[in-house]
Write a protein that binds this ligand. Structure first.
Ligand code: TRP
Length: 280
C-alpha cells in the first residue's frame, strides 16, 4: 500500500519515540493504531534498532505485576499495544519465521497461563491469543512444530474452558489449525490422555452451546471433531464419546443457514457410522 510521505515520516518518528521512556506509551498506542494502514510496518519493527528489545521489555515488565491489584486497565492497554505490534510481526510473511526462530512467542505463555478473571487479564489473554492466531493463520508446519514443542495445547484448552466467548473462539481456532496439520493431528492422537483432554473440553463446550447457541464456536468445534475422525484410533474412540447433541437435532435451528458446517457435521457422522460393511 502506498502511503503519503508525511505518514511515513510520522511512523519513523514514532519508532524513535519508542526509545524515549517519556514518549513510549503514546508511541505504542499510535503505532498499534497505524499497523493496518502500513503493510511493511512489520519489517520496520523487526529491523529498526532496539524495537524488538523494547517490545520484550514491555512484556517482561508486567510479569511481576500480574495480580488483580496491580494489573490495571491502563497497564493492560499499554502491554496490549506492544502485543498488537508483535502481532503485526507475526502476520508478515517475511518476519514470521524470524519471530519464531527467536522463540519470542514463548514470552506470551505466562499471559496465556494467567487465570485471573478481571477485564484487564481477559484482554491480555485475548490479545496474546491474537498473536498466536496470526502465527497459525498461514498453515506453516514450522509454526505448528513450535507450538507443539512448547506445549501450548493445555493453555488453549484451559482458555476454552474458562475464557470469554471471544477468547474461546481464538483458542479453538488455534487448536483447529494444529489439528489440520498432519503432525499436529498425530501428536494429539498419540496418547489417549491427550485425545481425552481435547475431547473432554470440546464435549463440554458442546453441552454449553446447547444453552447459549454460540454458533461461531460450534463451527470450529464441528471441524475439530471432523478432523479428529481422520485418525483411525480417534475415530474409534469418538464413536463412543461424541456428544449426543451432535447426533440429534439440538443444533438444526442454529445451523440451518450454514450449509458448509452442516455438511461437515454430516460427514463426521458418516465417518463415525459403523454400519459400513466391507463386501468381498
Ligand atoms: N506434556 C503433556 C503431553 O505431552 C502436554 C499436554 C497436556 C497435552 N495436555 C495435553 C498435549 C492435551 C496434548 C493435548 O501430553
Amino acid at each position: 500500500m502506498r502511503i503519503p510521505q508525511a505518514d511515513e515520516k510520522k511512523i519513523y518518528q514514532l519508532i524513535l519515540d519508542l526509545a524515549n521512556p517519556a514518549l513510549r506509551e503514546q508511541a505504542l498506542l499510535e503505532l498499534s493504531k497505524k499497523r493496518e494502514q502500513f503493510d511493511d510496518l512489520a519489517l520496520i519493527l523487526w529491523h529498526a534498532y532496539g524495537v524488538m528489545a523494547i517490545l520484550l521489555q514491555e512484556i517482561t515488565n508486567v510479569y511481576p505485576i500480574l495480580t488483580p491489584d496491580a494489573f490495571t486497565t491502563a497497564v493492560s492497554n499499554r502491554v496490549c499495544n506492544a502485543l498488537a505490534l508483535l502481532q503485526c510481526v507475526a502476520s508478515h510473511n517475511e518476519t514470521r519465521g524470524l519471530l519464531l526462530n527467536a522463540h519470542i512467542p514463548l514470552y506470551l505463555y505466562p499471559f496465556l497461563n494467567s487465570t485471573f478473571k478481571p477485564k484487564p487479564f481477559e484482554y491480555l489473554r485475548l490479545t496474546s491469543l491474537g498473536v498466536i492466531g496470526a502465527l497459525v493463520k498461514n498453515d506453516n508446519p514450522e509454526v505448528i512444530q513450535f507450538l507443539l514443542s512448547t506445549e501450548i495445547i493445555p493453555l488453549c484448552l484451559r482458555i476454552m474452558e474458562t475464557g470469554s466467548e471471544l477468547s474461546k473462539t481464538v483458542a479453538i481456532f488455534i487448536i483447529q489449525k494444529i489439528l489440520m496439520d498432519d503432525v499436529g493431528l498425530a501428536y494429539i492422537c498419540q496418547t489417549y490422555e491427550r485425545f481425552y483432554a481435547v475431547t473432554t473440553v470440546l464435549n463440554n463446550m458442546v453441552i454449553a452451546i446447547v444453552e447459549t447457541q454460540a454458533v461461531r464456536l460450534l463451527k470450529h468445534i464441528i471441524r475439530c471433531y471432523l478432523r479428529l475422525s481422520d485418525n483411525p484410533r480417534a475415530r474409534e474412540a469418538l464413536r463412543q464419546c461424541l456428544p449426543d447433541a451432535l447426533r440429534d437435532a439440538s443444533f438444526s435451528e442454529a445451523l440451518k443457514d450454514d450449509g458448509p458446517t452442516k455438511r461437515c457435521l454430516a460427514q463426521l457422522l458418516v465417518n463415525l457410522s459403523d454400519n459400513v460393511v466391507a463386501v468381498s
